[in-house]
Design a protein around this ligand. Structure first.
Ligand code: TYD
Length: 210
């Protein structure tokens, strides 16, 4: 009789979309809800706080300080570290991982910066595929208004309007089986319920870590 090893039961749920669409608020609400329901949840984000993530944050202030190829390599290096140190171990130990941005952001943002989208996706063979990618859709101008008005922040070099329009066009064209699009112009509570209706069925099925 062969011994069958247990199937890892973790889930990877990623949150994608242009800036100011409310991803972080919804991640917080979902993490709280899932914890209350007894699940073991980790919320994390990219760019990370690691060495590459810190280099990336410096770029926000002066995007011209490196080439677009170097910029892409930094995001991929940051993700590789995140996968090895946090995402894969968490999934293998059965946790639900909520990740604020993942490789679809690289496809959209570095794609908008002139790099080839298909090549970017193909470079991510090392990264576990998400079980679910929730793509927040809202007009770019609304996101910008939320950043500058609501949060009182100024726009970084990635958040300039012409750039974000290109980013949102790439997001809109992505066609992958695990993507679900949501209308992020709705009130917070409506978005929260929609997200829960996408996530709960997923927790009832099992996953094989790739
Ligand atoms: P953001 O989610 O705003 O992080 P933080 O709030 O910590 O600053 O992401 C920062 C910017 O980085 C955002 O404008 C999108 C961009 N970005 C990329 O260009 N490529 C990527 O792969 C990722 C993950 C983010």
């Amino acid at each position: 009789m062969s011994i069958v090893s247990p199937v890892a039961s973790g889930r990877l749920i990623v949150f994608e979309g242009t800036d100011g669409t409310g991803k972080s608020t919804q991640i917080r609400l979902l993490a709280d809800e899932l914890s209350r329901r007894g699940h073991s949840v980790i919320a994390t984000r990219e760019p990370t706080q690691g060495p590459y993530g810190q280099q990336i944050r410096k770029l926000y202030l002066d995007r011209g300080s490196c080439s677009r190829e170097e910029e892409l390599e930094l995001f991929i290096a940051d993700r590789r570290m995140h996968v090895e140190e946090l995402l894969r171990p968490a999934l293998q130990s059965g946790q639900i991982v909520l990740c604020d941005r993942y490789f679809l952001s690289t496809a959209a943002y570095q794609g908008a910066n002139g790099m080839d989208v298909a090549t970017i996706l193909a470079r991510h063979g090392f990264a576990p595929q998400p079980d679910l990618a929730i793509l927040f859709e809202a007009p770019v101008t609304l996101g910008i208004e939320r950043i500058t008005g609501g949060r009182g922040d100024s726009l970084n070099d990635f958040e300039k309007v012409e750039n974000l329009i290109r980013v949102s066009e790439i997001f809109a064209a992505l066609d992958l089986p695990y993507i679900r699009r949501i209308d992020a112009t709705q009130p917070i509570e409506a978005v929260r319920k929609t997200i829960l209706s996408l996530v709960l069925p997923l927790l009832a099925t099992s996953r094989a870590v790739n």
